[in-house]
Ligand binder design. Structure first.
Ligand code: ATP
Length: 309
């Protein structure tokens, strides 16, 4: 049955933090083998899609000026892929409202791509299943399947193959946005360089962390958070050391670089602690701005659209 869809179709998609990011060796295809545990956070981008004469993209919000408006935008490629799958042309306007900082290690571009898949599935009445969407997501980028799914999940391979993780309770975070971003490929390259010239610490298995997640106690989780990319991100942006220290000094249970950085993520005991850590870190002037967020939250979801018979 055909459903009438109000336009625009609006989709909200979350940022992610890697609770555990173990980077293995470089593969022949140029990617590193990863074992990671993602958590989706309540910091969102919104994507609104409407029918148009041609494929166009506009961007507002956090870091909008740094985001490409052409085929280099992941949403452009997402629209082309969906159009190919649907056997039609991608004649839509995609309006992105960014809340997730660009090149921040929080998978903002991936969130937008996942949101576009969900929005076009609704706009074009495609009724693709979540697993079909997830296959398309994996073609777009390593983090896109997780942006679609949300929650807490383990990622293996390039991070695109997801396994469920049992996670209890809600965690409270403070995110410190840096001045400027870090290029993900540059951070991986720096890690390769550090590994050639020495032996930076490597994370072990995520078993203890997974166990702590089933218990749901932030005090138990905090010492188990880890990120192999942290040393490389700090090597490229040494001021991140001060940011991490500021979070710990302010009373956070743990301070880590998120993904490839430069956003730093501070795990806090509860919502009240998160507010006080945020205020204190902000006052030190070590970062551009701070936000509080909770996780896990669901992945890319339609908002504000009634589709009826
Ligand atoms: P990840 O943690 O997945 O590596 P990130 O959060 O560090 O990603 P993104 O914000 O996803 O980084 O963007 C990285 C680069 O991708 C940007 O510098 C930008 O040029 C390009 N880009 C393409 N599409 C988008 C988009 N929709 N939003 C933001 N950046 C985009």
């Amino acid at each position: 049955m055909l459903h009438v869809v109000d336009e625009p179709v609006k989709v909200r998609a979350p940022a992610k933090v890697n609770l555990h990011l173990a980077v293995g060796d470089l593969r022949d295809d140029g990617y590193h083998e990863l074992a990671t545990v993602f958590q989706a956070l309540s910091l969102y981008d919104e994507v609104a899609v409407t029918r148009a004469d041609a494929l166009t993209v506009s961007v507002k919000g956090e870091g909008a000026r740094e985001v490409p408006l052409d085929e280099n935008n992941l949403v452009w490629r997402a629209a082309q892929l969906m159009a190919e799958k649907a056997g039609r042309s991608p004649r839509v306007h995609i309006a992105i409202r960014k809340g997730i900082p660009v090149a921040g290690g929080l998978a903002g571009g991936s969130a937008d791509a996942a949101a576009t898949l969900v929005a076009l599935n609704t706009l074009w009445h495609l009724e693709l299943s979540r697993s079909e969407l997830s296959e398309l997501a994996a073609e777009l980028g390593s983090d896109v399947p997780f942006s679609l799914r949300g929650g807490t999940a383990m990622g293996i391979g390039r991070g695109e193959q997801l396994l469920p993780v049992l996670s209890r309770s809600t965690y409270h975070w403070v995110l410190a946005f840096a001045k400027g971003g870090l290029s993900t490929p540059a951070v991986y390259k720096e890690l390769d360089r550090l590994r050639e010239s020495g032996t930076p610490p490597r994370l072990g298995s995520a078993d203890d962390l997974m166990h702590a997640l089933t218990v749901g106690d932030p005090d138990a989780l905090a010492p188990l958070l880890g990120n192999d990319l942290q040393a490389a991100a700090i090597s490229l942006k040494p001021q991140l050391r001060r940011t991490l220290r500021a979070g710990k000094d302010a009373g956070a249970l743990a301070a880590i670089v998120s993904g490839s950085g430069p956003t730093c993520a501070f795990l806090c005991r509860d919502a009240e602690d998160a507010v006080s850590v945020g205020v204190e870190v902000s006052a030190t002037g070590v970062c551009r701005t701070v936000r509080t967020a909770t996780g896990p939250v669901p992945g890319a979801r339609v908002i504000e659209t009634d589709s009826g018979p």
